[in-house]
Design a protein around this ligand. Structure first.
Ligand code: 13P
Ligand code: SF4
Length: 311
């Protein structure tokens, strides 16, 4: 009991110090929807990849503390070269983003020289530099639809997002063998079991899930689209097929509704590396900074800007 009370006082102390230091440093704290509750609570903005990119592009702050994974902080740095983008834990990477290199993509481009090259935002800056246009899970369908005149479309690195987009647009996509190790842990059996337990519940899943899981869903959505769907639907119970960090926000925003994780195994260890203590240290020392070389930055910026123009 005493340890719990002391723990809470310590956390309050850390939160107060973060708020004070944030003002002094002219910093803004951005947190992805999968972050730990204590990180979501201290953040100025929470959102999905697309929303956080838009916020980063517009902020007046001098320092961006990015609580997410490396490619997200890198995207912020590409959009805001005059700002200092820091990560509380620089080792928070995205295994899917690491599944394709710029050399891999150059090889595919060589095989399909006329193809338009679309890349998921979950890629390194070097890979983005090779793209024609970027996309996120929110706008992938719209981005592919924007290239109706193109015969061939390369879509990397997530083969499951590619499968979903291909089915929604009716376009054949040249894809890569990438995937999210967290989302593939959600199995069709999990959805079927939760549906048996909660027959009235609606099922929403992320498009990074296995196609057999996507096929069982009522809605296929990015993390922030899930927040909107949860608010707008008449359903009082929702089965959630994505990284389980989103459930904290869903419950907070919809106290009258019940949310059930499709699988307890859907936890992204990289998204859980950031804590309030690490945010405080990052603000104290203004590190670790995420910076992209100017040559790569200039090339990687174009596909992101093109995406932001499409949607
Ligand atoms: P969102 O764009 O939906 O936030 O997804 C990012 C991500 O990494 C999903 O695993
Ligand atoms: Fe990458 Fe998957 Fe983690 Fe998202 S949940 S950051 S795609 S590993």
């Amino acid at each position: 009991m005493l340890t719990r009370v002391l723990g809470r006082i310590f956390k309050q102390d850390v939160a107060t110090k973060i708020k004070r230091l944030k003002k002094k440093r002219n910093a803004v704290i951005l947190a992805h929807n999968y972050q730990l509750p204590e990180v979501q609570d201290i953040a100025d903005y929470r959102g999905d990849s697309l929303e956080l990119s838009r916020i980063a592009a517009k902020t007046d702050a001098k320092v961006i503390v990015f609580c997410g994974v490396h490619f997200m902080a890198e995207t912020a740095s590409i959009l805001c070269p005059d700002k200092k983008v820091i990560m509380p834990d620089i080792n928070a990477g995205c295994p899917m983003a690491n599944m394709i290199t710029a050399a891999d993509l150059r090889r595919i481009k060589k095989e399909h020289p006329k193809a338009v090259v679309i890349g998921y935002v979950n890629t390194s800056a070097e890979v983005k530099a090779e793209l024609d246009v970027c996309c996120t899970s929110t706008n992938a369908v719209a981005v592919v639809n924007a290239f109706k005149d193109k015969e061939e479309i390369i879509f990397v690195p997530d083969k499951y997002l590619a499968d979903y987009v291909s089915k929604r647009t009716g376009r054949k996509l040249i894809s890569w063998n990438g995937f999210c190790p967290t989302h593939i842990k959600i199995l069709p059996e999990d959805i079927k079991r939760e549906k048996r337990f909660h027959p009235q519940a609606k099922v929403m899943v992320h498009p990074e899930c296995l196609p057999a899981v996507v096929a069982l869903a009522d809605a296929v959505l990015s993390t922030s689209q899930m927040s909107r769907f949860a608010k707008e639907t008449d359903a009082k119970e929702i089965i959630v097929g994505t990284e389980n960090g989103v459930i904290y926000r869903l419950k907070k925003d919809n106290p009258g509704k019940e949310f059930y994780p499709a699988s307890e195994a859907a936890v992204c260890p990289n998204m859980k590396r950031t804590t309030q203590e690490k945010i405080l240290w990052a603000l104290e020392e203004l590190k670790d900074e995420v910076r992209v070389s100017e040559t790569i930055r200039a090339r990687a910026r174009k596909p992101i800007d093109r995406m932001l123009e499409i949607i």
